[in-house]
Design a protein around this ligand. Sequence first.
Ligand code: CP
Length: 370
Amino acid sequence: MVDLDVLASLHGRSMLLTRDWSRAELDALAALAVRFERLDRAGRCPALLPNELAYAVFFDNSTRTKSAWAGAAARLGMHPVIVDGSSTQVAHGETAAETGAMLGMNAHALGVRHDLILGEGNRFMRELKRGIDDYLSAAGESRRVPVVNLQCDVDHPTQTMADLLWLRERFPEGLAGRTIAVSWAYSPSYAKPLSVPQGLVTLLTRMGAHVRLAHPEGYRLMDDCLADAARFAGESGGSFDVVDDMDAAFDGADVVYPKSWGPWDLMQERVAANRAGDREALADIERRALERNARHRDWICDERRMGLTRDALYMHCLPADIGAEVSPGVMERARVDVAREANKKVYVIMALLAAAKVPAERLAALWEEA
Ligand code: CP
């Protein structure tokens, strides 16, 4: 049974970073997501938010998260609408706060993906939320319009919470004492954001796990994420280590999560080039990032490396670069597992929307309904 007081404390809440939420709040959210999954599988999802608009803006590509947003909103009886961020007036200079006010006056929940530029995505979401809140307050509206981070430069909370649900299903006794390797892996496709590994190390260290972060030199993550991961590990009885050796990270691991991200210095260069609107410079940075990645082609999750683990659970947020981040054989064996991992996101988003907008007593009644 979920703690009603904790559930009530989530009313009106936005999810911008998991580290903004307490462990009890994250556990309540996870419990609600599991409840929605059970109800959905039983064909008994209640349309808790009929005639409400769930608007989402994506400033980057997405397959899974767009689909999860639409699926979550539809299951709750909301109308999902997803727009391409580059088609909004943000591209013509409208500020995040102005955009928030304009979207917030019509919508009942707002999802945002803004993940490509370090230092910008999460700040954009906070400004957007300020614009919504200021407008609603000035207009005397009691309507709640939670903002849901659908991936920013710092974190990917709906992904990492989906990952947590999947881990808890596979390790029902808990993650305390389990060793989880979050490793960089080679990718030739594009310089990927840092937010998934950052989100993973700042969430899983709160669960008592022994988290090992591995990457080649030059692929560090944001300092505050690393500091938080170390602090959380100390508080939870887990541990957090950073190594530059994928084999060392995999050695004896219970879970492996190998994925690529961009080189730190070039991700910094991208900030200035983006501010200047310099498309040539951005293309050149991308080319150099892929050249840099190619120096580390041996960072692949293959059968040999999986052999170093304790028959580890392979995880990936998808899409994976098969043949680069992961061998075809390892991915084929994990094909259903990673799809089940991805499927958890729809229930995490349902839980975020419902916790923010539906009275806790009504949500508590869901425990009687399945
Ligand atoms: N993992 C994930 O966020 O997938 P999409 O980029 O397809 O949404």
